[in-house]
Each structure stands twice: as structure tokens, then as C-alpha cells.
Design a binder for this molecule. Structure first.
Ligand code: ATP
Ligand code: MG
Length: 716
């Protein structure tokens, strides 16, 4: 039937083709995961160009990531040959707006060579402004203000647009003033931040009709992928651009809206038909990605959400395997198990490129990285740094390196003023001079300077205090375990306080990473052993040509697909995240569930979910409850196993209170209020813990410990 269809439409089904061929007027493609939305959008782009409806430069096409833009550009190239001599307006909202703003910068008081400042610069600037305004920065930290400003910008609000309530959210009614001062200062620096890219362009469109009309005339067609995750400022910007011709095609899935924490509004989808009356709504129901088992499991899960449009999905693919749910003892065993599974499917002929491990939180990658290094499995981390390369981990390691090796100048330089102690570049210069003159390491020079009059008294005292700390830590290193030493360092150096004072979302992630670092160190007897391990890990960079397993967050995996997907850490407090549980609202839980839906639907052939019975937190075992999302998966599409019983999962067994095998454990312990499910589950959740500290044997890895029989838990 498709014999005469152009190559880009040959493979498409009827509704997809409708979305491609309905070139004029607004089109809303609303459909579930894997139904070929992005494929149809790409074909539409090819069609518009191939039929000469528009030049590539007359089409605006928005993707959610730069990677997605690159892929789409490639695919269009495939579909219509090299006729695409670049698509200048294919990219993310940010990249497109940055390009536009270069041309019109003077309209918002910038020059066209303006710089885009990163978060670090932004914080430094805000900090200076907060000081100038004599606001108590401990109570009202720069990060908090940065977060607010970001939120305002995401909503398209300029300083003048803030109402009393918003104004009150910072420093008792100084929100608006600080926002205004910040914007003015940025202009003075000929700079803007990420949020400004969109906000400035929105302001320009609103205030300069001629500019808006110029773009309205240029863009004959507007295409937007992942529309469910647009925020208000992006929505307003798009609406202005498309208002004239109304040739706008947006595609999305309300069930995959996972960025509301960044201001995304799923309501934008629902509003589309109102904004563009007569919009053609295309629904796609055939899924081409996942097996029926995976699809049914994901659909069953998302059905627990109350706030959704609802849709049916079907597939013609062969039945495939059920979704596997594997219960393991602890995190090292989880990593070991995943490694084994990957080796197994590799032997069956799978490519590592088709394997992904999707985590809820960044810190979860550490256990897998360590394990994969150990067994020599290549991996890449997408959308983030490898664990040991993250800033806070490098800081902590730098402290440890100076303790272990006082002549490690690089490490000392990294932390002598981190957290900030008021030691500036001048002090560093003095230390360097002194070190050169006396041919000694930097730290030794610092020690001598603390006793000389070459530095002002304040700097001398600060350095003296720091050197005393190092002295104590070095003593301590002889007496305590490496992880206990780390805890002391983080606390006494002020690093913990620095993170605590910082109320941004990322700072919680940073603190989690440091907890994870302490956990990693528990495997090692001496600081030297651990540091050696880290240098080996850091060194392991597989070349680009080699196949690699992908490790990334669920958020970053949106729109992607892999034959084999592993989803570790499905435990209450990990996923759904503790934060979403603490907030307690239905909305935040439903967003977590959508994230689970996104995660499962990345899988084409096999999806494996894991949960550990125990997570170790600061040297103590804490038992965890399997994620409620596991319970919500429809039984008939799930195959459970646990290394604890060897049979059907304990977690899913339908035991009554009276059969509770752990009843004796719960008697004397208070119950955790968040615990759900039968009594034995609650018993597990009350956190009985082994007091015995594990004594690591030399050369013995985390993974080999995990092989210990599970009876440990029952004999406590
Ligand atoms: P998501 O919601 O996850 O972004 P999506 O709806 O954008 O998914 P695509 O990524 O476009 O889905 O498509 C999923 C898979 O189905 C891809 O491998 C794609 O090549 C394939 N596909 C799409 N349409 C068809 C079709 N008509 N026939 C065969 N395969 C198709
Ligand atoms: Mg897509």
C-alpha cells in the first residue's frame, strides 16, 4: 500500500501519516510512549523540505535536548538525502533563543557578543549583591535567590511583574528589588543567564512588533517535540511565534511530564486546542518500541495516576519476556547482579550499546561504576559526571589526599579555600612564592607562613586553624576507618555546613553523593588503599570506538530507547524519592510515577527492576521496603525472584499479620509512619540493624561480600 509513498512516509501508519501530511494549520499529536511521535515529527520535517513547502531555514523545530536535535538532523538527512544544508533553527529552546538574541541583543540593553554565565558565576554575582544589600546571606543564601529568579524566569515574569506574594518569598519582601538589581548588574556585565535567553526573547517579541513579525514571516512551520515539558515562558514564546500562520505541530504525552520541578506545565497540552481552535488532534495507539509484556506493565502502573487523559496502547511485537523484578540483599549485590545479567545477554549476542541502567538519583551510579571497573565492563555516564569526577567528590578526595600525602599541591590548592575561608588569590600567591623559595610543598609553606608576619593576621589565623585540622586528621587516620575519617573531615572542615546552608535542589544531591562516598570507603581498610582504588577508577577511560553500557538518570533518558533496560533501587525513599514522599502531595507522587512510566517504556525487549533489602547509611544497615511502584505493576506481566527465598518474591507474597515471620522484630520497635503493607513489611521498615561492623578482608571487594548468604538478616 505504501509503494508510491515517499521514502520518509513509507513506513508510517495512517495516523502518523495524517500528522505528516496535514501541513497547514495547528496539529496536536497526543500519544503514549514509543508510538512514533518523534518519528512522525521527523518525517514531517522531511516532508516539508522535500515538497518545497519551506526551506530548512524557514522551519523552527524544538527538541528537548541537544542530543535529540543532532539525531533528528541526522535522520532527516537520511530521509531526504543531503538536501538539508543545515537546519539553523533546529535545537533546544535555549540554543534557538541564544541564536536569536545575538541578533537583537541591543533591544534588551546587551551587545551581540554578550556572555552566557553559568551557575557558578551566577551564584558569585548574587552573593556579592546580597552582601551589598546587607542581607544576611546565611538566612537568605544566594542559591535560594538563584532558584527563585529561575522560577520567575520560567514563568515569564520580569521584576515588575512580581506580585506581593512572590516579593515576600525572599528576605522579607526584598525579592523584587534583588531580582531587579541582579538583572541590572547582568546588563552592566554584558551578560545573561540561561533563563534570560528565553525571557529576553519573549520581552523582545512583546515590545517590538516588527521583530516578532519578522520571525512570524520567516517561520512557515513550527514543530515541537516533548511538548508536555514546556514551561510557561516557552509556551508564551511559541504562541507568539505561531500566532500568525498557525502552522504549528506539537507532540507530547501527558503521562511523560516529568519536569514540573523545573516549571513545566502539562496544562500546556490541554490548552493547545483552546489557543489554536480547530487544531487537528492526532492520536497514535500502536507502539513500535516495546514488547506487549513491557507495555502492559507500564500501562498498568501509570493507571494508578488519577490526573491523566488516559489512552490505550497496543503492539504487534512478539510477546517477549515478562518484566523481571529481582530482590537482592544490598547495593553491592545489586551492582554485581546487573553486571552478571549484562554479561549473560552479551554472550547471547547483545551489544552493550543496547544496554542502559537508569537511576533515580546521581549517587546511585557509584556502585555500578565501581563494579564495572572491577569486571572490566565499559560504561559511559550521560548527562552528568562520573561519580569520582563530581565537584563535591573531588573536593572530599582532595582533603583525603592532603591528609595521606602532604606534598600533594594540586589537592591542597583545590581545598585551601573550599569551603570559603576568606583566603584569596593573594594568599595563594604568597604560599606559592614561599614554597618555591624554600623548595617545599604548598601545605608546608602554608604552615610556615602561619607563623610568619608575611601575611595579614586574619589569613595567618585561618591558615593556622586549617593546618591544625590537618594535623588532627592525620593522627586520626591512624586510628579510625577511612570512612569515619571522611565524616570527620566533612564536618570539621565546614564542608557539611556549607552544603546545609545551601538550600538548592542540587545541594541535597551533593550531600547524597558524599554519603555514598563514605559508603564506598567502607570497603577499604586504609586510606591509601582507597585512594589507590580511586586513581584506578579515574584512569579507566574506554576509547570512543568501544561499545559501552549507558548509565544515566531516568530524567535524562526521556525520548530514548534501548533493547535492555535495568532499573535499580526501586525502594521507598529511593524511588519514589524521599523528597517526593516528604512533600507528601499527590502531585509529587504522581510525577514520580510518570517517571517510572518513562523509565519502563525506554525498554524495547527486556526490562529488569531491582530492589535491595538493605541500604547502608553511615556504617549501619537500614532495611528498605520495595517501592510501591513494584506492587502496582500488574502481576501477570511480572516475574519476581529474590535471592532471599529463591522462589516467588517475598515482597509480593500475600501474607497476613499472623504469619508474619518477622513479628518478633517489630515488637519492641516503633513503627515508621511511612511504612505500608502487611505487618512483616512494616517490621522490615522499622530499621533493625546489624550493629556488627563488617571487617573487610584485604583485597576483598564489595561484590564478593554480597555473595554472603542471606541468612544474615534472619539471625540478627
Ligand atoms: P517517546 O514518547 O518515548 O518519545 P515516541 O512516541 O517519540 O516515543 P519514537 O521514538 O518516535 O516514539 O518511536 C519509537 C520506535 O518506534 C522507534 O524505534 C521508531 O523507529 C519506531 N517506529 C516509529 N514509527 C514506526 C512505524 N510506523 N513503523 C515501524 N516502526 C516505527
Ligand atoms: Mg519521542
Amino acid at each position: 500500500e505504501n509503494a508510491d509513498a515517499p521514502p520518509y512516509a513509507a513506513r508510517l501508519n495512517l495516523p502518523q501519516r495524517e500528522a505528516v501530511l496535514t501541513t497547514e494549520g495547528p496539529v496536536l499529536m497526543l500519544a503514549g510512549a514509543g508510538t512514533g511521535k518523534t518519528a512522525a515529527l521527523t518525517a514531517r520535517l522531511a516532508h516539508l523540505v522535500a515538497t518545497r513547502r519551506a526551506w530548512p531555514s524557514e522551519i523552527l523545530c524544538v527538541t528537548f535536548t541537544n542530543k535529540a536535535a543532532r539525531e533528528m538532523r541526522e535522520r532527516v538527512g537520511h530521509l531526504i538525502g543531503d538536501a538539508v544544508e543545515g537546519m539553523p533553527w533546529l535545537g533546544t529552546f535555549h540554543s534557538i533563543c541564544a541564536r536569536m538574541l545575538r541578533r537583537h541583543a541591543e533591544l534588551v540593553g546587551l551587545q551581540s557578543n554578550y556572555t552566557i554565565i553559568d551557575t557558578d558565576d551566577q551564584l558569585r554575582l548574587l552573593k556579592a549583591l546580597i552582601r551589598e544589600a546587607e542581607i544576611d546571606e546565611k538566612r537568605w543564601p544566594p542559591r535560594q535567590l538563584a532558584g527563585l529568579i529561575d522560577r520567575w524566569k520560567n514563568r515569564g515574569l520580569n521584576p515588575d511583574d512580581l506580585d506581593e506574594v512572590e516579593n515576600e518569598t525572599y528576605a522579607n519582601g526584598q525579592g523584587q528589588r534583588m531580582y531587579r538589581v541582579y538583572q541590572d548588574r547582568l546588563k552592566g556585565l554584558n551578560a545573561c543567564d540561561f533563563g534570560d535567553l528565553l525571557l529576553h526573547m519573549l520581552n523582545i517579541f512583546r515590545q517590538h512588533r516588527d521583530v516578532l513579525e519578522q520571525y512570524q514571516a520567516r517561520f512557515k512551520y513550527v514543530l515541537v517535540d516533548e511538548y508536555q515539558d514546556t514551561n510557561a515562558v516557552q509556551y508564551l514564546w511559541l504562541r507568539l511565534l505561531a500566532q500568525e500562520r498557525k502552522n504549528i505541530c506539537v507532540v507530547g504525552d501527558d503521562d511523560q511530564s516529568i519536569y514540573s520541578w523545573r516549571g513545566a506545565e502539562v496544562a500546556n497540552i490541554l490548552r493547545f486546542e483552546k489557543d489554536f481552535p480547530g487544531a487537528k488532534v492526532v492520536r497514535l495507539e500502536q507502539n513500535y518500541r516495546s514488547t506487549p509484556q513491557i507495555l502492559a506493565a507500564a500501562s498498568g502502573l501509570i493507571a494508578s495516576n488519577s490526573q491523566r487523559l488516559g489512552k490505550t496502547l497496543w503492539t504487534e511485537l512478539p510477546q517477549g519476556q515478562k518484566v523481571r523484578v529481582i530482590g537482592v540483599w544490598d547495593a553491592p549485590e545489586e551492582a554485581r547482579r546487573v553486571g552478571e545479567e549484562i554479561e549473560r545477554i552479551e554472550r547471547e549476542g547483545a551489544s552493550l550499546e543496547q544496554v542502559a541502567i537508569l537511576v533515580r538519583a546521581q549517587y546511585q551510579t557509584r556502585e555500578f561504576e565501581d563494579r564495572f571497573i572491577q569486571i572490566g565492563m565499559n560504561y559511559r555516564i550521560i548527562g552528568g559526571f562520573r561519580f569520582y569526577e563530581r565537584a563535591e567528590i573531588r573536593d572530599a578526595l582532595a582533603y583525603l589526599r592532603v591528609i595521606a600525602q602532604p606534598q600533594d599541591d594540586l589537592a591542597f590548592e583545590r581545598i585551601y579555600n573550599q569551603p570559603k575561608r576568606g583566603l584569596g588569590a593573594k594568599t595563594l600567591e604568597k604560599m606559592h612564592q614561599h614554597a618555591r623559595r624554600r623548595e617545599m610543598p604548598l601545605a608546608a609553606a602554608a604552615l610556615e607562613l602561619a607563623d610568619s608576619d608575611e601575611l595579614p593576621a586574619r589569613a595567618r589565623n585561618t591558615i593556622g586553624d586549617l593546618m591544625r585540622l590537618f594535623y588532627n586528621w592525620r593522627e586520626m587516620a591512624e586510628a579510625v576507618t577511612p570512612s569515619d575519617l571522611l565524616r570527620a573531615v566533612l564536618e570539621e572542615s565546614g564542608y557539611d555546613d556549607m552544603l546545609k546552608a545551601d538550600r538548592s535542589a542540587e545541594s541535597a544531591g551533593r550531600a547524597d553523593n558524599l554519603v555514598e562516598l563514605a559508603r564506598a570507603m567502607e570497603e577499604y581498610e586504609t586510606l591509601g588503599d582507597f585512594l589507590e582504588h580511586v586513581s584506578l577508577v579515574m584512569d579507566n577511560d574506554a576509547s570512543d570506538e568501544e561499545e559501552k553500557v549507558t548509565i544515566m538518570t531516568m530524567h535524562a533518558a526521556k525520548g530514548l530507547e534501548f533493547d535492555n533496560v535495568f532499573l535499580p533501587g526501586w525502594e521507598e525513599g529511593v524511588f519514589p524519592s524521599q523528597r517526593s514522599l516528604d512533600e507528601g502531595g499527590l502531585a509529587s507522587l504522581e510525577e514520580e510515577r510518570r517517571l517510572a512510566y518513562v523509565a519502563i517504556t525506554r525498554a524495547r525487549r527486556r526490562c529488569t527492576i531491582l530492589h535491595a533489602a538493605n541500604r547502608r547509611i553511615f556504617g549501619q544497615w537500614n532495611s528498605s521496603i520495595p517501592s510501591r511502584f513494584i506492587d502496582e505493576l500488574p502481576d501477570e506481566h511480572v516475574e519476581s525472584e529474590t535471592t532471599m527465598t529463591g522462589g516467588r518474591s517475598l515482597w509480593q507474597a500475600n501474607w497476613t499479620e499472623s504469619e508474619d515471620p518477622f513479628a518478633h522484630l517489630s515488637e519492641s520497635r516503633p513503627e515508621r509512619s511511612s511504612a505500608r503493607g502487611p505487618g512483616w513489611q512494616r517490621a522490615l521498615a522499622t530499621g533493625y540493624e546489624t550493629k556488627q561492623k563488617r571487617v573487610p578482608e584485604p583485597g576483598r571487594s564489595a561484590a564478593s561480600f554480597a555473595a554472603k548468604p542471606r541468612t544474615d538478616i534472619a539471625t540478627v
